[in-house]
Write a protein that binds this ligand. Sequence first.
Ligand SMILES: [Zn+2]
Length: 102
Amino acid sequence: MTAQRQREMVIEYEKVQTIRKRARTTLSTCEHCCDETDSISLAEAAELFETGREELLHFIRENNCHYHVNVDARMYLCVRSLLDKMQQLIKVRRLPAKGEKQ
Ligand SMILES: [Zn+2]
């Protein structure tokens, strides 16, 4: 007869928290979407997502999100492409909760 050894496992998971914030956008033509979309400055978007401009710019370039540089030499992001990419990445990372439909 062999003695059973007790073992322990540790599971780490993230919970989703909904945070509502507001930001000013301007309607402009996105040449990649071929449509008028909301755009937001890089600085305002970084503040909105509580991240640094460099980190957000890295995300934008890495994920082929749309942006343009305006006549005021400021970078503006296409909100549609930014949110679409974020949603895609969230779906890849997230399993549905018990009873939740996907
Ligand atoms: Zn776009």
